[in-house]
Design a protein around this ligand. Structure first.
Ligand SMILES: Cc1ncc(COP(=O)(O)O)c(C=O)c1O
Length: 421
């Protein structure tokens, strides 16, 4: 849409015309004046989640006690994973909730490395989440291999051709963030997975910044493995359990390197030897965290109800609107677009660079009631959660960013301050 409205009333008219706008009311909005653009870090609390948690705590735990394990708790990782599969283009028996993204990445990367000991190298890029690199390095070290980090030319776009060129007969695994955390660049999963397969290697995708915001088609892309978190666009709550995906035909061939009793066949036999459970359950390790698992389910159900394609379409419209407002109102003030211009290659956050980015971000939070986050060196990251962010949010946030610079509000802040958002 080339002609975006310039006024706040125009933005409100876009909201009024959008059938997905009604979902915003299904979230706890404790402070309506706050413009929350950090759903890519921690999603908002769905109202249904608060109710579900009360039921789990008071009725299931409080009344049913240990009987709860036989009344739905034990299957919760598979049950919720099966629902989440519907947002990821996977089948229900390919996704399970477990542990953290970091731990799941370690488990699947090491499993892939140990399955192919004649191959040594994990290929990744320097746009990946740094912790993913730490995890991949430790998995590679344990398997006697190494990580090759392919650099991006501009720090924004994925080095697609250089990655394809780096894949060869020594590649044990290609591991990338599908949507990268700083610039929001989104890889063509099918193309990169095919490149890995041509080299005889599997592909492992970190979907943390895609799940719930970008239409992911794991099966369509023939993706082998994936992990991701549930506390961003899936609204599962702080530190919510993560998910992992293993394509069905690979499940029997891969061994969970942290083989614990919950991933064992018939765990209540308490047999002294380990025998993996059939299917995706073998990638579980210890007792499922029922309280935090329960908090994930209502958010996933809400996203399924909205429909991933409609959500992606709304996310793209909101992002394109944001970029149009940046161009009209912020680019003349020295803000740069640190995200891809091509919507097909962008996830659901937009990073704006500014020479005084950290101080601008601080003024935005403390003086202007806009809450984005900041990633060094200069990225003000504006996360667009299509279930609850509005065109009016974006219009207002851009005008307030402008005010911070025009009125020089940022000069009151110190760029050395620690910021956790
Ligand atoms: C892309 C990506 N991968 C991995 C992680 C780490 O996840 P966790 O700390 O839950 O293990 C994050 C955290 O934000 C992330 O953004």
């Amino acid at each position: 849409m080339a002609d975006w409205p310039a006024t706040l009333d125009g933005a409100r008219a876009l909201d009024a015309a959008d059938p997905l706008s009604a979902f915003r009311e299904r979230f706890v909005i404790a402070d309506p004046a706050l413009i929350y653009l950090d759903g890519n870090s921690l999603g908002r609390l769905p109202r249904a989640t608060a109710g579900r948690l009360a039921t789990v705590v008071e009725e299931e735990w409080g009344e049913r006690l240990v009987r709860g394990w036989g009344e739905g708790w034990f299957e919760a990782p598979q049950r919720i994973g099966g629902k989440l599969a519907g947002l990821l283009g996977a089948t229900a028996d390919e996704v399970v909730l477990a542990d953290s993204t970091s731990v799941n990445l370690f488990k699947l990367a090491l499993a892939a490395l140990l399955a192919r000991p004649e191959r040594r190298v994990v290929v990744t890029d320097d746009l990946n989440f740094p912790s993913d690199l730490y995890v991949l390095e430790s998995a590679a070290r344990l398997a006697g291999g190494a990580v090759r980090v392919v650099p991006s030319a501009d720090g924004i776009h994925g080095p697609v051709e250089a990655l394809a060129a780096a894949l060869d007969g020594d590649t044990a695994l290609l591991s990338l963030s599908h949507t990268v955390f700083k610039s929001g660049y989104t890889y063509d999963m099918a193309a990169l997975t095919a490149a890995a397969h041509r080299a005889g290697a599997p592909a492992l995708w970190d979907l943390s910044h895609s799940a719930g915001a970008v239409a992911v088609d794991l099966n369509g892309a023939a993706a082998d493995l994936a992990v991701g978190c549930t506390y961003k666009y899936l609204n599962g709550g702080p530190g919510a359990p993560a998910f992992l995906y293993v394509r069905r035909d690979l499940q029997a061939a891969l061994a969970n390197p942290i083989s614990g009793w919950i991933g064992r066949r018939d765990p209540f036999d308490f047999a002294l030897d380990y025998a993996p459970a059939p299917g995706i359950g073998r990638f579980l390790t210890g007792t499922p965290p029922i309280l935090s698992l329960s908090a994930v389910e209502p958010g996933v159900e809400m996203l399924l109800e909205a429909g991933m394609e409609r959500l992606r379409e709304r996310s793209l419209r909101l992002s394109e609107y944001l970029i149009a407002r940046w161009q009209a109102r912020l680019e003349p003030l020295g803000f740069r677009l640190n995200s891809p211009r091509d919507p097909a290659r962008r996830g659901s956050h937009v990073s704006l660079g500014h020479a005084d980015g950290l101080r601008v971000n601080l003024a935005l939070i403390h003086d202007q009631q806009v809450l984005p986050d900041f990633r060094r060196p200069d990225n003000i990251r504006l996360g667009i959660a299509p279930l609850y962010n509005t065109f009016a949010d974006i219009h207002t946030a851009v005008e307030r960013l402008r005010a911070v610079v025009v009125e020089r509000l940022y000069e009151r802040y110190d760029a050395t301050g620690l910021l956790v958002t």
